[in-house]
Design a protein around this ligand. Structure first.
Ligand SMILES: Cc1cc2nc3c(=O)[nH]c(=O)nc-3n(C[C@H](O)[C@H](O)[C@H](O)COP(=O)(O)OP(=O)(O)OC[C@H]3O[C@@H](n4cnc5c(N)ncnc54)[C@H](O)[C@@H]3O)c2cc1C
Length: 530
């Protein structure tokens, strides 16, 4: 008679360090590590080939790490419920162990199906917290304390050895191939790559973090570039936070060993780690925000179904990077090749689509989800809505792609690199090549509509109209009460790292209202808002 197995279901936690489910299973008995290529995920509209290839690379390394402690990673080409059923037909299952996941609608549906299956089979499914996101959180009042206590908890050591479960024959179907093609210059998957990025950041790159992460030219090296590794759990959030704090202490003690601004950079970096969980908490607490406006006063404002030909024309121009605004088009070109762009440019891309083109955020958000290697549904949909003005609690920030280009790419080096059509355009015209006289267009090999598109709309008019529409929506009856409810449920509280401003570098609308004493209706706890 074989021992019943303890299954560790790997999801977005592709490591064996600081892995509570693995530790729990190892202590309980014979262990079967399992990863499933969930068909629901690959049939959806957000995950594509680059994600699948990145995960495959992570799995190669995970497999080796597990083998080093005597375990064999079983990889199933089918969904978890069918896989569990297959396993159960061959061996008794003593328990299922995994991390909590704040995923998209498809992964939430899978989790619900697993929960129902385990109930029927009377199998205990033990889920452990993955980061600072809190399940069944009532409101945000004590969230910062939760985050801090999770980040300070001791790191769980890699198991030294484990009792391996017998090998089980899993269904032998082929994996559902994700749509699209892989990106040639994306970051590679796996923990050793993650550590390589992290070490170089702690050793020196972080010194350029402040002041370096806004421009797409410098952010490539000034940012940590940990996002895909955090998204797929090659590193745990806790180990990143603790290593960052240790490095800050060390740099304080022996400053001459480190670059001058390292400490300041690491403080800024840690605030982003906090935001990571802060944003994910929003989707955890309100999964509908993947599909619906967080603040319903904005419903019906934009052409959600792309019923109008003009919406389709704009969506095509924006997603192909053919807007005629060089910085937008260059960012799209970089994303196509690398799967990464910095925060400021992401915000500008979204803001341009949502305000200037007045497109609904869902289709454009899906496009970016496919383009971002680090697609993390919790961060992504919360940021997407924030940059579209539909959260109702953030001040409007409408980026001008021209002004951003002047500030973040003043010499035009970035756009010339990514847009060959603009290679010979001189500085005078590089921000607005459509203003170039015809003879110069010919001279510099950049003729409008032949080599480079003309903009579809006028920025100043579009900005004015967008502001008016959003402000009108927020004046609707009932909008204020809904804003208060959103603040209570989702807004950050005083004391959050980097909370002088929100993740957009802006103050919340709430603060302005507070100044005007219009928040008197709020309870005391809510007045802690920044
Ligand atoms: C519209 C939009 C969509 C986005 N979608 C994603 C996404 O799907 N996945 C994702 O990881 N980030 C997303 N971001 C946030 C941010 O742009 C990226 O995390 C960052 O650019 C990744 O680069 P980095 O690892 O060098 O970040 P660093 O600046 O080094 O930050 C370290 C880590 O903190 C987290 N982080 C950084 N900035 C933010 C932020 N503003 N909000 C929340 N967490 C943050 C990330 O995990 C990041 O890896 C989005 C931003 C916008 C405006």
């Amino acid at each position: 008679m074989q021992n019943p197995v303890h299954i560790v279901w790997f999801k977005r936690d592709l490591r064996i360090y600081d892995h509570a489910p693995l530790q729990a299973a190892c202590l309980a008995g014979s262990v079967m590590p399992l990863y499933c290529w969930e068909p629901n995920q690959w049939a959806g509209e957000d995950y594509v080939a680059q994600h699948q290839a990145f995960i495959a690379e992570c799995l190669v390394e995970l497999k080796k790490e597990l083998a080093s402690i005597g375990l064999h990673l079983q990889i199933s080409p089918v969904g978890i419920v069918e896989t569990l059923q297959t396993i159960k037909s061959q061996i008794a299952i003593a328990g299922l162990y995994s991390h909590e996941e704040t995923g998209n609608g498809a992964s939430f549906a899978v989790d619900k199906a697993v929960s129902a299956w385990c109930k029927v089979q009377q199998i205990n499914w033990q889920e452990s917290a993955q980061n600072g996101v809190v399940r069944r959180l009532k409101n945000r009042n004590h969230w910062n304390k939760h985050w801090e206590s999770r980040m300070c908890a001791p790191i769980i050591a890699k198991p030294q050895s484990a009792l391996a479960a017998p090998f089980i024959n899993l269904p032998s179907r082929t994996i559902l191939q994700a749509k699209g093609s892989d990106k040639p210059k994306r970051q590679r998957g796996g923990r050793s790559e993650a550590l390589r990025f992290f070490d170089s950041f702690l050793d020196g790159r972080a010194a350029k973090f402040r002041g370096g992460i806004s421009s797409p030219l410098t952010a490539v090296t000034a940012g940590s570039r940990l996002s895909p590794y955090l998204a797929y759990g090659c590193l745990s959030m806790r180990e990143v936070v603790q290593a960052t704090r240790e490095r800050r202490d060390w740099a304080n003690q022996v400053p001459h060993l480190f670059p001058k601004n390292l400490n300041g950079g690491l403080i800024g970096f840690e605030s982003r780690l906090h935001w990571h969980c802060h944003f994910m908490q929003k989707l955890e607490s309100e999964p509908e925000m993947e599909f619906e406006n967080l603040h319903h006063a904005h419903d019906g404002m934009r052409d959600e179904t792309l019923a109008h030909a003009e919406s389709q024309r704009r969506l095509a121009a924006w997603s192909k990077g053919e807007t005629g605004w060089p910085l937008i088009d260059a960012c799209m070109a970089m994303l196509r090749e690398t799967g990464w762009i910095n925060f400021r440019m992401r915000a500008m891309l979204m803001s341009t689509a949502s305000y200037l083109y007045w497109l609904h955020w869902r289709e454009t958000g899906l496009h970016l989800a496919r383009e971002f290697l680090d697609y993390e549904p919790g961060i992504h949909w919360a940021q997407t809505q924030m940059q579209s003005g539909t959260t109702g609690i953030n001040t409007l920030r409408i980026y001008s792609p021209i002004k951003q280009a002047q500030n973040q790419d003043p010499t035009g080096a970035f756009v010339r690199h990514w847009l060959p059509a603009l290679k010979n355009v001189p500085d005078t015209w590089i921000f607005e090549p459509y203003l170039m006289p015809k003879n110069l267009q010919k001279q510099y090999g950049c003729e409008l509509e032949k080599h480079y598109p003309a903009p579809l709309i006028d920025i100043a008019i579009a900005m004015r109209e967008a502001r008016a529409k959003i402000s009108q929506a927020r004046k609707q009856a009932g909008a204020f009460d809904e804003t208060q409810a959103i603040i209570k449920k989702h807004a950050s509280r005083k004391g959050m790292l980097g909370s002088a401003r929100d993740a957009n570098g802006q103050e919340l609308v709430a603060k302005k209202r507070q100044k005007k004493s219009t928040l008197t209706k709020l309870k005391h706890s809510q007045q802690e808002l920044f």
